[in-house]
Every structure is written in C-alpha cells, then in structure tokens.
Design a protein around this ligand. Structure first.
Ligand SMILES: Cc1ncc(C[n+]2csc(CCOP(=O)(O)OP(=O)(O)O)c2C)c(N)n1
Length: 339
C-alpha cells in the first residue's frame, strides 16, 4: 500500500510536468498561427503573436519530465531547437517563457531569444540552440568548469537523433569520458531529423552503441513511458553525480511536424496514428486511473489550464522591448564599432 502511494505521488509529479509542457506548447502553437511566413508557408491572414519557427516537442514530454525530475536547481542543462519542454521541466517560469516567445521585454531573455534561443541561467538552463549538436560541446565545457570549480552539480545535455551524426557528438562524449566529467547525455530520439527518418542516415546501432564504444555507461529506454525514463535517468544520474558521464537513449516520436507550420505530410499517416495512440500523457493518465488517481489528474489538468491562461494574458499585456535595448547585452570584442 505504502509503495503504491509512493508510486502514485511520483507519477502525479511527472504527469504534472508533462501536462504543463503540453499546455504551453499547444498555446504557443495556437499563438504562432498568423500571417508571418515560415518555411515559405503562409499560416493565416492575421498576424501571429509568436513569430518565427516554433519547434514543438508534442509526444516527447516524458523524456524532459523523467530526466529533469532528477536534476537540482543548481544543475545545468543544454537544449536544442525543440527545447520548451526541457526548459519548463528544469524549472523556468511559464509566464516569463511565454513573454519570451511573444518577444516582450519581460521575457526570460528580454524578448531577444524567442523560442529557439531561450535560456534561463537562474534555473541552470544554459540555452536552446538552433545549431544541431551545438549543445553537446557547451554541456561538456560546462561540466569541465563545474569540475574545475569543485562544485558537485551536474549537466544534462539533450540532443536529437540527428545530432549523433555530427562531429560534436564524438568530440563531446570523448572529452567527457577522458576527463571523467559529470554530464548526462540524453539522446531524445524522435526517429526523424526534419523530414528524413534518421535510421536511413545512421550507421550501426545508434547513440547508446556509439557511447559504449567509448566506455560510457548507456541505457536505451522507451521514451514514451515516463516511469521508465524516470527510473533509467535516476540510475544514470547517480552515476554522473559520482563523476562519470553517462548516456540515455530515449526512443519517442515527434507527433507534430518539424516546425509548427509543417503539416508533416511526408510521413505515413498510419505511423503517426500509432504514435498518437502511444501518447505519453495518455499512457500516464491510464496508469494513474488504474491507481485510483483520476480526480488528481483532472486537478492537474485544470491547474495547467489556469497557469497557461495566466501566462498568455501576461504575455499579451507585456511591454515590447525599447528599440535601444537592441544594443544592450551585446558582447563586443572591442575591435570594431557596432554602430
Ligand atoms: C548544423 C546544422 N545542420 C542542419 C541544421 C538544419 N536542421 C535544423 S533541425 C534539423 C533536424 C535535427 O534533427 P534532430 O537532431 O533529430 O532533432 P529533432 O528536430 O528531431 O528534434 C536540421 C537538419 C541545423 N540547424 N544545424
């Protein structure tokens, strides 16, 4: 009985994180539908409130929730172009994030970063990144810094399955292993890189096998099963806190298109439908129902709806950055004039 109550509490906590991510991304997607062209496609005649490309992690929430549940506030995190879930799960404030997507002065990055360059150092979130695999050397360098400073925090480094075919993956993992750095590498494998199924681009057995070849402890996990991700991440994080890198290969599915205006029509409709049936939130909800927690699930969903309504209203009302602010927070080398 005691164990069942503990399991329910843990699963409810994980479900809450996933529900908040889903609410945030559904709202951001709706707010991005407007007249601005993305990828040459016109979304609608009314101007969008969220401008520019928006990469949604719908269907992948269990990876962010399961991994970040093991991170402390002073741990660090690097993300990808698909980073809203990681950022929220690391503890960033939903309202400040929505203000950032709306380009407002009260955003996490004063409206200058937007979706793809959001960062919140206050919770250790070092940044989303538009360059595939670029977070890997940043995470490795941050872990080296933590070690040199004698701090006991760790770094979680999220990247996609497409990133493992870029050079920084080998460089980062090799360096982390040679210097015994506290990094958890997380390959969030949604099985597609933009429009290309990654298995057609990837030789050998993938991320975990490549890490094992370097002597890095690695696990493969069903990335749509939040409890399985939670367990595997817990074991690996314990190892990382002991001063060794590790890799988690979480297999999931990107339900939406690559970017919000992409209908993803290049995929087999039956495959997408199967993935919808395997939705990580639906799976967690079913389990919680069986554990007698249906009412708690309803409460969490309602709280997420209230939180996102507040975030949207705050973002709508928030001030735009002053034009002069474009020249603030800019690093110069001193070698030339910016203006
Ligand atoms: C170095 C680099 N090459 C190409 C791109 C264009 N690009 C943007 S996202 C993407 C696919 C990345 O796939 P993956 O790493 O699996 O992440 P996912 O989009 O599936 O989350 C590509 C090729 C880029 N941003 N950076």
């Amino acid at each position: 009985m005691e164990m069942q109550a503990q399991r329910s509490q843990r699963l409810l906590q994980l479900y809450r994180t996933m529900a908040r991510i889903r609410a945030f991304e559904d709202a951001a997607e709706a707010a991005s539908q407007g007249g601005v062209q993305v990828w040459g496609m016109q979304a609608s005649a009314t101007p969008a409130k969220v401008r520019g490309p928006l990469h949604l992690s719908t269907g992948q929430e269990a990876v962010a929730a399961g991994v970040c549940s093991h991170l402390r506030r002073d741990d660090l995190l690097t993300s990808t172009h698909r980073g809203h879930g990681h950022t929220l799960a690391k503890g960033a404030d939903m309202t400040r994030m929505m203000c950032e997507l709306f380009g407002r002065a009260s955003g996490c990055n004063k409206g200058k970063g937007g979706s793809m360059h959001i960062a919140d150092f206050g919770v250790g979130m070092l940044g989303a990144n538009g360059v595939v695999a670029a977070g890997i050397p940043i995470a490795t360098g941050a872990a080296q810094a933590l070690k040199l400073q004698g701090r006991d925090a760790i770094v979680a480094c999220f990247f996609g399955d497409g990133a493992i075919n870029r050079g920084p993956f080998l460089e980062g993992l090799n360096w982390a292993q040679v210097y015994a750095l506290p990094v958890l590498f997380v390959c969030e494998d949604n099985r597609i890189a933009a429009t290309t199924p990654t298995r057609s681009l990837t030789a050998g057995d993938g991320a975990a096998a490549r890490a094992r070849a370097l002597g890095i402890e690695s696990r493969e996990v069903d990335g749509n099963d939040v409890e399985a991700v939670d367990r595997a991440a817990g074991e690996l994080v314990a190892r990382v806190r002991g001063g060794q890198p590790a890799l988690l290969h979480a297999i999931t599915y990107r339900i939406k298109g690559h970017v919000s205006v992409d209908p993803g029509a290049y995929r087999d409709a039956a495959e997408v439908e199967r993935a919808r049936q395997d939705d990580p939130l639906a799976r967690a909800r079913a389990r919680l129902g069986a554990l007698g927690e249906a009412a708690a699930v309803e409460r969490i969903d309602a709280e997420a709806r209230v939180e996102i309504a507040h975030a949207l209203a705050a973002a709508e009302a928030a001030p735009w950055p002053a034009p002069e602010a474009a020249f603030e927070d800019v690093i110069t080398t001193g070698a030339g004039q910016w203006r």
